[in-house]
Design a protein around this ligand. Structure first.
Ligand code: NAD
Length: 361
């Protein structure tokens, strides 16, 4: 069966890594019709917006999208196009697998962690009150009246909503993911000792949901302790389920354990729509230089193939990339030590991966 998938080449280095990744996915034999759409800075001149209606409609219809990085334009109405897409389609899960591939420069090896991050709530809800505005002052008065707490009059305020519904959905997703992928343990991350009504709620819900999954071990960790533990003994952890902010920070920490953002893919998943992306940005200084690592977007493509049910082709893609990294001949600059000029370009690394894929047929 063929699939129609929205493909957003994006900004900066986006188009060159997209071309390589599209060719690698096509080489697996996956029957995909790519519906190429614009978003980001490159869309503004033509459509007057970084996220044209046409692009949103394509994602809505096709239900699956592979998206290269987008530059967040300064001074437009959008805080971030990426955040807009997540909120518009209610993509409440951010799934980030962080896996070590042999041959990558890293202080660690054998790491295979998955961060499941709530994607819509918490301090990212975008509900903020600018300092010294009428609204901020009214809120400060209300808090004084209703709780007795005094907030400095010159404070700016960001609201941290965490709901029962979204906490339950994200924790359930983490357990279902663990079960489907034969993972052994889910760890809930929080700061419930301090934020009892938000992180405390998240933890309570996690404990309730965990009771339905007796086949999977459950534990919780306070976020600051978790950051230290991940650096000292990452091998003790498996699937981490987190509210939005802690998930954002810990997933970058875990990316650092496996060789950096160049190897870190992500998926934004809702009830029936999913957007797959590299987690690095558009690296404008490398635009058009055929220099950057295509692996993060390639791994996003691997996740996408798995999501649409093409698991064998997904595995073929991942194995081909892993073999190229292990052999160490056709790798981009970021795999090398500083000063080592023995590297190839984005396209050449992609061509080496395509050769490996073809040799598996
Ligand atoms: P960035 O990730 O684009 O680049 C930071 C540095 O990381 C680069 O200079 C480069 O040294 C390295 N790097 C990034 N990707 C790489 C790759 N594939 N291979 C090798 N090295 C790589 O971060 P930034 O400079 O802070 O952001 C640039 C733009 O990207 C901003 O407009 C930002 O808003 C946007 N951004 C978009 C996304 C997204 O679309 N998901 C994510 C983060 C940032």
């Amino acid at each position: 069966m063929g699939y129609k998938i929205t493909l957003i080449p994006g900004d900066g280095i986006g188009p060159e890594i997209t071309e390589v990744v599209k060719n690698c996915i096509d080489a697996t034999g996956a029957d995909i019709e790519w519906d190429i759409q614009e978003a980001g800075e490159c869309a503004i001149e033509k459509y007057g917006t970084p996220i044209p209606e046409k692009t949103l409609k394509s994602i809505e219809e096709n239900k699956v999208c592979l998206k290269a990085p987008l530059t967040t334009p300064v001074g437009s109405g959008f805080r971030s196009v990426n955040v807009h897409i997540r909120q518009y389609f209610n993509l409440y899960v951010c799934l980030r697998p962080l896996k070590f591939y042999e041959g990558v420069r890293s202080r660690y090896s054998n790491i295979d962690l998955v961060v499941v991050r709530e994607n819509l709530e918490d301090l990212y809800a975008g509900i903020e009150f600018q300092h010294r505005t009428k609204e901020a002052e009214e809120l400060i008065d209300f808090i004084k009246k209703s709780t007795g707490n005094t907030i400095n009059k010159s404070s700016g305020i960001s609201i941290k909503p965490i709901s029962v519904e979204n906490s339950e959905k994200i924790v359930r997703f983490a357990f279902e993911y663990a079960r489907k992928n034969k993972r052994k343990k889910v760890t809930a991350i929080h700061k419930a000792n301090i934020m009892k009504f938000t992180d405390g709620l998240f933890l309570d819900v996690a404990r309730q949901v965990a009771k339905e999954y007796c086949d999977i071990e459950f534990e919780d960790r306070i976020v600051d302790n978790m950051a230290m533990q991940l650096v000292q003994k990452p091998e003790l952890y498996d699937v981490l389920v987190c509210p939005n902010l802690y998930g954002d920070i810990l997933s970058d920490l875990c990316a650092g354990l496996v060789g950096g953002l160049g190897l870190s893919p992500g998926a934004n998943i809702g009830e029936d729509i999913a957007v797959f992306e590299a987690t690095h940005g558009s690296a404008p200084k490398y635009k058009g230089l055929n220099r950057v690592n295509p692996s993060a977007l390639l791994l996003a493509g691997f996740m996408m193939l798995d999501y649409i049910g093409e698991s064998e082709k997904a595995l073929k893609l991942e194995e081909a990339m892993a073999e190229v990294i292990k052999e160490g001949r056709y790798l981009t600059y970021d795999f090398r030590d500083p000063g080592d000029t023995n590297y190839v370009g984005t396209k050449e690394m992609g061509d080496a991966i395509i050769s490996k894929i073809k040799s598996k047929k």
